[in-house]
Design a protein around this ligand. Structure first.
Ligand SMILES: [Ca+2]
Ligand SMILES: [Ca+2]
Length: 156
């Protein structure tokens, strides 16, 4: 099924880093959810945007908090549709890495502590809503809009 995505990235100052739960709440306020990447083409597209941001990590919308090693996505707990783990990841470090982080440096993924404070949160919304009460106000503007077709190809 085709999926329409309006991509918004929380690109914070150091004092506004977010935990995974903070990121999920932020996306919810925008009327969306943390981004879930479904194909390698979508991963490359997101990487193309994030690599120009701060060289750090960004939250995506999957976790294995409920059952270790079983990665579920969105609030609806959908199966992980695609994975792009970095070498040696996911490693569930200290038994405590349960949330999905995207490496802006190389487009690969790690499992990370859910209470880690990340600079970026990536949200997808299906519609544009006002970003009331959320700073920075520039985050109200989607950084990209695309449709991911059932064939996994992007139409930007
Ligand atoms: Ca884990
Ligand atoms: Ca890890």
């Amino acid at each position: 099924m085709a999926r329409k995505v309006h991509l918004r990235i929380w690109n914070s100052a150091a004092f506004l880093k977010r935990t995974w739960d903070d990121g999920a709440a932020y996306c919810d306020r925008l009327g969306g959810e943390l981004l879930v990447i479904e194909t390698s083409e979508e991963n490359e597209f997101i990487y193309g945007i994030l690599k120009n941001q701060t060289k750090t990590w960004a939250w995506l919308g999957c976790s294995d908090r409920s059952t270790e090693g079983t990665w579920l996505c969105y609030a609806a707990a959908s199966d992980l549709p695609f994975e792009n783990w970095a070498t040696g990841q996911p490693n569930n470090a200290n038994g405590n890495d349960h949330c999905l982080a995207f490496h802006n440096t190389d487009g690969m993924w790690s499992d990370s502590k859910c209470d880690a404070q990340l600079v970026h949160t990536v949200c997808e919304t299906t519609s544009i809503q006002e970003d009331e009460g959320v700073t920075p106000s520039s985050s109200a503007t989607p950084m990209a809009c695309y449709t991911l077709g059932s064939d996994g190809r992007l139409r930007v």
